[in-house]
Design a protein around this ligand. Structure first.
Ligand code: AMP
Length: 288
């Protein structure tokens, strides 16, 4: 149920620490939902998961420059803080943390997080430095907010798996919750970038979801022409006007593309495509 409550809006590290500190003193469990703002129904579903699972929720809103490549849409990325704060208030969020670049980064940073193997496929293969930037900022957010739990979406499945790995390796005492992908009625995964699509591109866009759904129905351990089936869907998408970055099936643990599925495994069917300049990603999990 929606509730109108007071919401703290903190820009400084000390401010948000004070807010969270006072909640913790009262024995409250704190949930964090990191976002880049321009909140849509996908973000709101994550916020609801956090509200259900924690006593107080912090939503961070920060467009992180280090996760954008030089040719990506950092400058154009939508920014609508007032509207976002209003949505957070309606969902019962206790605090919004919206720091500036100066607060999140030192003038000169000497340290960074390196990733081995898990960024060599999927989005990591074509977005150089993206996931290092994501981990750098999420690590900072975890240290600033010190939440008991954090919610991230399955929509960015490679990001989720890398954050899970970071929590494990860096011993963050944080429970991760994976939020389901929220879709429009025609199946298109909701995204801040969908607003860049023209009307014509918007009608084509659910094709990615349909290809993934088709493959999910068809693929299984007894199928031995996995790559042929995927190639066929790639051709179909190209014929519809998509430019394909990747469309493939990956092992959930190693993120390597696979040729043959085995029982008792989890796989990720995932795609990244362009419609004009706009990059769309989507995925489905296959537990066999
Ligand atoms: P972003 O603001 O794009 O960095 O996304 C913030 C969080 O929202 C990430 O954990 C995303 O995986 C999640 N998210 C983005 N789109 C969706 C969606 N359609 N459904 C559910 N979660 C989403």
């Amino acid at each position: 149920m929606k509730q109108q409550v007071d919401i703290e809006v903190a820009e400084a590290v000390d401010e948000i620490r004070e807010v969270v500190g006072s909640w913790k003193k009262q024995g409250k469990a704190v949930g964090l939902v990191p976002t880049m703002g321009a909140l849509h129904s996908g973000h709101l579903s994550l916020i609801r998961r956090a509200v259900e699972n924690a006593d107080e929720v912090v939503v961070s809103i920060y467009v992180n420059p280090t996760q954008f490549g030089p040719d990506e849409d950092y400058e154009e990325y939508p920014r609508q803080l007032e509207d976002d704060i209003k949505k957070c208030r309606e969902e019962g969020v206790g605090a919004v943390f919206c720091p500036s670049d100066e607060i999140m980064y030192e003038d000169r940073e000497y340290l960074s997080i390196q990733i081995d193997q898990l960024n060599e496929t999927m989005c990591g293969a074509s977005r150089e430095g993206h996931f290092e930037g994501v981990l750098q900022i999420v690590n900072k957010l975890f240290n600033v907010v010190k939440p008991d739990l954090a919610v991230f979406g399955q929509k960015d499945i490679q990001q989720y798996i890398l954050i899970e790995q970071m929590v494990r390796e860096f011993k963050h005492d944080i429970r991760l919750i994976q939020g389901d992908i929220v879709r429009a009625n025609d199946g298109l995964a909701v995204s801040s970038r969908n607003r860049y699509l023209s009307d014509e591109q918007r009608t084509i866009a659910p094709g990615l979801y349909r290809s993934l759904r088709y493959l999910k129905q068809q693929l299984g351990p007894d199928v031995d022409n996995v790559s042929l089936m995927i190639r066929h869907q790639q051709d179909e998408l190209e014929a519809k006007g998509f430019e394909i970055d990747y469309l493939n099936i990956f092992d959930y643990k190693t993120l390597e593309p696979i040729e043959q599925m085995e029982s008792d495994h989890t796989y990720i069917l995932a795609g990244a495509v362009y419609l004009g300049e706009t990059r769309l990603i989507d995925n489905m999990l296959l537990r066999i």
